[in-house]
Write a protein that binds this ligand. Structure first.
Ligand SMILES: [Zn+2]
Length: 509
């Protein structure tokens, strides 16, 4: 009585497992074949724990053999060869030799079920010349979701450019991902990415409305809400550190395919960036003069001159004593679709006798040790933004994360040479030259971008000069003259390009 009840329970359990498991996973149909063709197909059944079974009776029919049950034992015979199975025991006998299967045979409502590994381990001996082939590409076994090691999330960044918005996900190691784009959003699934808490960012750059990165079922899902219709969505990966880059392009405007390219359209807008501000004083001179005040004054003077005499628009990243994160400065220029970005600073150096002017453009490799130090000092402002989140990020890698400036490096160097020449010639200052270094503030600019150091605040003699309105006016005029010369060359190129439109189109595509 007790034995019977147990058996009934087992059958009931198997029944439940059968109906539940076949829905969850459909193992590939198995085709039995000989050299001369197919013998027919088996429909495998998946039971719990990932085991897959085939019907013993059906197997016997296809093999043109027999299946006989006696009590808890079943025998499959093909010609003179036979295999003996015992219910619920993985150990079986094949041609008289013991074999242990991965799972024991089961008895379900439709009869005996044999574990499918018998087909790989026993079929060739029982029925020589017959092979079992899985037909579909579906998962052969309803394996539980593989345990992937979780990869740590590092950072989520966004940059707006005139023609696209770039989202970068930095991770501790490479992560498999999928991208799906619809009208309303771009959705990126990052397999096995571990996230402590959801990340959200308001963007509103006219293309992207907001970002949200949240854990989802052992993965992380990034949802980029679109505020306008997007064009092409591109994705690629970068190494060291591992990053996934998603570029969401604005729809193509056929009217001006070369919009904003130097030499193709008039120089329209220059963004001037007065360094530092607010709780970030920048360099401080021996008598207390602060870089943020000097450069704001000089920047405003340059803006007035350029607007009055150059016929271009000038926009300032700051016109008052406020703190602006470095990334916001170029984001602003990108959103405005500026043609040039000029950041104005004054130096600090431990050696008080250091003097002169120098102009920088962005490079991953600093041109010398001093250039690297200047970049490190100017980049220090990042620490004043959100220290906890910034400190872990390697600065130089952050600067170069999107490599957007590399496209403009040549043009940036021309702009830097032009402004540096103008400053040293008109002001008879020590010419420290044009240099390259990894300036964070220039990193995301989608246009030619330079950083001008107009003098050393830490040099008492230069500090006195920088405190005087006449000197500031002269410095501003020199920068303005450099921009004016650059614009003259720009206009010249534009005329050349317009004179030979067919040739220009070929070379700018
Ligand atoms: Zn500075």
């Amino acid at each position: 009585m007790r034995h019977r009840a147990m058996r009934w329970l087992l059958c009931a359990a198997l029944l439940a497992m059968c109906s539940g498991a076949t829905e969850a996973a459909r193992p590939a149909t198995i085709d039995l074949r000989t050299k001369s063709g197919s013998l027919g197909q088996l429909a495998p059944v998946a039971l719990g724990e990932g085991a897959v079974y085939v019907s013993a009776e059906r197997l016997a029919v296809l093999l043109k053999g027999s299946w006989q049950v006696r009590g808890a034992r079943g025998t499959l015979t093909v010609g003179s060869r036979s295999a003996h199975f015992t219910q619920n025991q993985a150990r079986m006998t094949l041609l008289g030799a013991p074999v242990t299967l991965q799972s024991p045979p089961r008895v379900g409502p439709s009869g005996w079920l044999l574990p499918d590994d018998f087909l790989t381990r026993g079929l060739a001996k029982l029925a020589p010349g017959v092979t079992a082939l899985r037909l579909s590409a579906a998962a052969p076994r309803p394996q539980p979701r593989p345990q992937r090691p979780t990869v740590a999330f590092e950072d989520l960044r966004l940059r707006s450019y005139p023609s696209f918005t770039r989202v970068v996900i930095e991770t501790a190691a490479a992560v498999p991902y999928t991208v799906e784009a619809s009208r309303a959003e771009v959705r990126v699934r990052l397999a096995g990415l571990g996230l402590q808490a959801p990340q959200a960012q308001e963007v509103e750059d006219g293309l992207v409305g907001a970002l949200r990165l949240a854990p989802d079922n052992g993965d992380a899902v990034l949802r980029v809400a679109l505020a306008a219709q997007a064009g092409e969505v591109k994705d690629f990966t970068l190494q060291d550190p591992p990053r996934i880059v998603i570029d969401i392009h604005r729809p193509k405007q056929p009217a001006s395919p070369d919009g904003g390219r130097p030499g193709m359209e008039p120089l329209r807008l220059i963004v001037l960036d007065a360094g530092h501000g607010g709780h970030d004083p920048g360099a401080v001179g021996p008598s207390g003069l602060q870089e943020k005040d000097v450069v704001l004054d000089v920047t405003r003077r340059v803006a007035r001159m350029a607007e009055d005499a150059l016929g271009v628009k000038v926009a300032l990243t700051r016109s008052t004593d406020v703190f602006i994160p470095l990334r916001e400065r170029t984001n602003f220029a990108n959103k405005q679709r500026a043609d040039l970005f000029v950041s104005i600073h004054a130096n600090a150096h431990p050696r008080a006798v250091s003097e002169g002017v120098e102009t920088y453009f962005l490079s991953s490799e600093a041109s010398d040790t001093e250039a690297r130090q200047v970049a490190a000092i100017e980049n220090g402002a990042v620490q004043l933004e959100t220290p906890a989140s910034r400190q872990k990020t390697d600065l130089l890698k952050s600067i170069l994360w999107d490599l957007a400036q590399s496209e403009f490096q040549q043009e940036s160097s021309v702009l830097a040479e032009t402004v540096q020449d103008s400053m040293t010639q008109s002001m008879r200052l020590v010419n420290r030259g044009v240099k390259q270094a990894g300036f964070y503030v220039l990193g995301g600019a989608a246009m030619p971008a330079i950083l001008v150091e107009i003098g050393f605040l830490t040099n008492p003699r230069e500090e006195r000069k920088l405190a005087a309105a006449e000197y500031r006016e002269a410095a501003a005029r020199a920068i303005y003259a450099g921009l004016s010369e650059y614009k003259r060359r720009w206009d010249q190129r534009m005329r050349t390009a317009q004179a030979a439109p067919a040739r220009a189109q070929r070379t700018t595509r």
